[in-house]
Design a protein around this ligand. Sequence first.
Ligand SMILES: [Zn+2]
Length: 111
Amino acid sequence: MLLEDGDVNCLCCLGERTCQIRFDRKARPYAVCLVCGSRIFLKTKQGLSGFAVLSPLIDAVRRQAKSDPNYAAELAQQLASLVGALHGRSTVPATSAASLTVTATADEVAA
Ligand SMILES: [Zn+2]
């Protein structure tokens, strides 16, 4: 079950079950990633749809990346392309593309 321990995969860094869904004092959901530090604020509970639908897909991507080095390289290239495209309009260092991993887990974060 997706939320059995309250954690989901991070939609930003793809960390395995590193994202906690929390609620603010007005009961609006937000997500906090223990790996990349992303905080995603949602206006409504419908905003959780992406976590519900995409978290299992991230599991599939992680499994394929672990078993297929070419696929993992393709993912790294996709990140490099995005970072390269964004580099001109932000402070994203071009070298950060090399840091793409899909191996972080909540257990690794807690260690
Ligand atoms: Zn993250």
